[in-house]
Design a protein around this ligand. Structure first.
Ligand code: AMP
Length: 149
C-alpha cells in the first residue's frame, strides 16, 4: 500500500475538520459542577472544554471527574455539586494545538484524546477536532485514493 506521506493528506489544513466554537458545548471555570454535569448529560458528551468569557481555553471537564469529586468515603455526596467550582475539578493537561498545526500532529494526539482543542496564535479558542471526524476523513481519503490506483 502507498505510504501516507506519499499522499498529500498530511498537508491538509486541520481547519478542514474543525467543529467551530459556536457549535462546541462548554462551561466556564466559575460555574458550579452541577451546571457542568447538566450540560454534559444533556449534550451526551463525555467531556467538554472549559472557556472563560473571553473564549480563552482553561482546560476540560468530564463526567468522570465530576462523579469522582462527589465521592465520599462511604457514600456519594451530591450536596458538593453546588458548592464545587468547575475550576476545582477540571484538568488543564489537555491536547491543544494552534490552527496552523500539521495534520500529522493532530492525528497522533487523537490516539490518546477523543478531541483536540484548536486555538489561534493570539490564544483565542477556535473549536475542536474529534477523533471520529479525523477517522471519517482518513477513511474517505483512503477509499477515494484506492479507487484511483
Ligand atoms: P465524537 O468523536 O463525536 O464521539 O466526539 C468525541 C468527544 O468530543 C465527545 O465525547 C465530546 O467529549 C467531544 N465533543 C464532540 N463534539 C462536541 C461538541 N459539539 N461540543 C463539545 N464537545 C464535543
Amino acid at each position: 500500500m502507498q505510504k501516507l506521506d506519499d499522499m498529500n493528506i498530511l498537508d491538509s489544513s486541520i481547519m478542514n475538520f474543525i467543529i467551530s466554537v459556536e457549535k462546541v458545548a462548554h462551561v466556564q471555570p466559575n460555574n458550579n459542577i452541577e451546571h457542568a454535569l447538566l450540560i454534559l448529560i444533556k449534550s451526551g458528551y463525555t467531556a467538554i472544554p472549559v472557556l472563560d468569557t473571553s473564549f480563552r481555553l482553561h482546560g476540560l471537564i468530564s463526567k468522570a471527574q465530576i462523579l469522582d469529586s462527589i465521592l465520599g468515603i462511604e457514600k456519594i455526596e451530591p450536596e458538593r455539586l453546588q458548592k464545587t467550582l468547575v475550576s476545582d475539578v477540571m484538568t488543564s493537561d489537555i491536547a491543544r494545538v494552534k490552527d496552523t498545526e500539521r495534520f500529522e500532529k493532530v492525528l497522533s494526539f487523537s490516539i490518546n484524546h477523543p478531541f483536540i482543542c484548536v486555538e489561534s496564535n493570539e490564544g483565542s479558542f477556535l473549536g475542536i477536532i474529534t477523533r471520529s471526524k479525523l477517522l471519517a476523513y482518513l477513511n474517505g481519503f483512503l477509499h477515494g485514493n484506492k479507487r484511483k490506483m
